[in-house]
Ligand binder design. Sequence first.
Ligand code: NI
Length: 248
Amino acid sequence: MQLHLSTWPEIEAYLAKSKAIIIPIGSTEQHGPTGLLGTDALCPEIISRRAGDEAGFLVGPTFNVGQAQHHMSFPGTITLKPSTMIAAMKDWTESLQRHGFERIYWLNGHGGNITTITAAFSEIYHAVTFAGPGNKPSLRCHLRNWWDLPGVMDQCRRLFPVGEGSHATPSEISVTWFGYPEIARPGGELSPKIAPTGPILDAEDYRRRFPDGRIGSDPSQASIEAGEKIVAMAVQGVIQEFRQFAAT
Ligand code: NI
């Protein structure tokens, strides 16, 4: 069940049985010469929607632009300042809270978002504490990176023992191809086969160090079949964890 494909009476009926919602959160940023700009938003979205369909959870709209300043030397990347992202996440949460949602499960697809999401949670809880007399402890936010779900990284390492890397990875690109097989672009060697690694600093430095955008990865190994295996593992993890979170 997806919020933006529902009517308000349907959301009102959902709230009568559950106060919990999943929000996929990611980034719009370059993912090497073969990966989609939306990869980091699409991965949590694909996993969340399947988990929602299978278990009857509500999935909100995808928060699809995040912390991507270091990718700004590549066309198409869009970024938010940390302060903007924190403010937007707070507004999304308070809107949901106003309707009665008390458990917001953010399924994240971008490592660069983690510190800002955590800061947003602090901002949200600060507002709860100072909203009026007494605590209102009912609101809970939860962050889970999709690759940290139980068994997922092990699955990725089994599928891609060499060249997984850390950006534009064969795993994440496989997930997007499984979600959108019509745009899959399998095959095609990249040069160098495995991209360099190094620190992430500003945008111009990034493009000098990582000329085609990849870090440590060989995404030419990506496949729809691998994506299916990774998504299946992640969906089971989300269902189990979201059920527990919703019940706390
Ligand atoms: Ni990514």
